[in-house]
Design a protein. Structure first.
Length: 262
């Protein structure tokens, strides 16, 4: 890592841009959880599939994608319709699902959570867009999203799968999900369907890979990967692209998983 710690600002910019071009391309989709919402054509299906896929996105990416696709099969590969219309009997069939610590009961509660958002706000994206327009703060949206999501009756066990910014969590998976639906460019990886939220408002999905790369490149000094670290590294990236700082998620994550620092 030491060989990258003394890069000049321009050298660091060039490196970030090179890595961005390497990873922000259609070939990235197939092996990433974003491939799951990409398998649907409607915004409603993508939003539901994306939230569920991002929720279980920790650990091995191949296992994540496989498990997320299995989730879609449980929902008859029509996630938005299932959320709106599944009967109690159909919901009960989800109980046999398991991905690591995310179990079938959690699955059912997450379907109920999405259903509640859709019934009260007209869809996940509508909620995010409206709440951002009223607050002007993605941090506040993250807090409000979790509160509204768990407004329905649910088993407390499922709450561990939706990080709380109010408790200082980095909120990696929600930030990744928001990136998918807010970011837009000609590359076609992200969907860019939530047009009322500016890309400049997004925060980096901070995980082991982006954190290690960020520290190695001098973009992040905080050792703990929490919300304060998320803010710090995002602010660092805004110096290189104030309008779309989170596009460098591809640079840091892609380089991290490919062992760029080895």
């Amino acid at each position: 890592m030491e060989r990258y710690s003394d890069l000049s600002r321009e050298e660091l910019r060039d490196l970030l841009e090179t890595l961005h071009d390497r990873y922000n391309r259609p070939e990235f989709i197939e092996n990433d959880p974003i491939s799951v919402p990409h398998s649907f054509s409607s915004r409603d299906d993508r939003e539901v599939a994306g939230l569920l896929a991002s929720t279980i996105a920790w650990g091995n990416r191949k296992a994540i994608v496989k498990s997320a696709r299995r989730m879609m099969q449980y929902m008859d590969n029509a996630p938005a319709d299932f959320v709106r219309n599944a009967s109690e009997r159909e919901l009960a069939l989800l109980e046999s699902y398991v991905h690591r610590t995310f179990n079938g009961r959690d699955f059912i509660d997450f379907v109920r959570g999405v259903r509640g958002l859709c019934e009260r706000f007209g869809g996940i994206g509508n909620f995010v867009e409206e709440r951002y327009e009223s607050t002007g703060s993605m941090a506040q949206v993250l807090s409000d999203f979790r509160r509204e999501f768990f407004a329905c009756d649910h088993n407390p066990h499922c709450e561990k799968h939706l990080s709380s910014i109010d408790k200082g969590a980095a909120c990696k998976r929600l930030n990744m999900y928001f990136r998918w639906f807010v970011r837009r460019d000609e590359r076609g990886v992200d969907f860019g369907e939530w047009r009322r939220v500016p890309m400049s408002a997004l925060y980096l999905p901070l995980d082991v890979h982006t954190g290690n790369m960020g520290r190695a490149l001098g973009l992040l000094s905080r050792r703990q990967s929490d919300w304060k670290a998320t803010v710090e590294i995002t602010e660092s990236l805004r110096e290189f692209d104030a309008e779309d700082p989170v596009r460098f998620d591809f640079s840091l994550f892609g380089a991290g998983i490919d062992g760029f620092l080895k």
